[in-house]
Ligand binder design. Sequence first.
Ligand code: PGA
Length: 252
Amino acid sequence: MVKNKDLLIAGNWKMNGSKKNLSMISLLMKYIKQKKFKNSEILICPPNTLIDAFSNISKRSKLMIGAQDCSDKEYGAFTGDISPSMLKDIGSQAVILGHSERRQYQEESNKLIRSKAENALNNNLLTIVCVGESLNQKKSGNTLRVIGEQLKKSLPDKIKPNDLVIAYEPIWAIGSGLVPNNDDIYKVHSFISDKLKSRYGGKAKKIKILYGGSVNKKNASSILSIDYVDGALVGGASLKFSDFRAILDFCN
Ligand code: PGA
């Protein structure tokens, strides 16, 4: 058990899942009800196709449902896009922005991510902004420089600290089974915390900093115990109930 921490454990389902997974949400709700988490928050971000169904069955429970992206616009001629208010309309309470897979495959820039984050925060969504370095950037000793730049350019000036979350996800750790050692995670998280403090002052205390990248039931307790780690963004291990439950078991 990770003591004295208000943790946020968020599952990022990426492009996985179908209506068949409704049963997993029911199991998860039963487990959450039974465990009566006092301090921790649990979020599942399925593909948009499942948000409505998931949020309908998890209404009135502690389980939050969120999305994996949103538009920086409100409405209009933007084929294929979905705005934060539309996400809210189908029961979404949160959104992940700037995931490295979107930065890479959709060529999302810091500027676009910032504008999406402004829109999401204006619509009162819990807004998780992802940052993280590539293996080459790590090897060349540029991790902190890269993270500093991403924070500076992809976070809005005006924030609601209770609604903003940062996720540190080293790109090389995502889906690879590789995880930075605890000292390295601590260094990056304390660096992020310092940057947030110097930009947002006292408000920064409320901004949670999650770690993401190959979090699983074996390493979760050790990672979640590191100072400045306020939770985890979990990909692969959030898809199977027993794996995700084993991570939630460390929370109170
Ligand atoms: P992973 O993914 O846990 O499968 O490494 C994490 C993420 O990409 O958010």
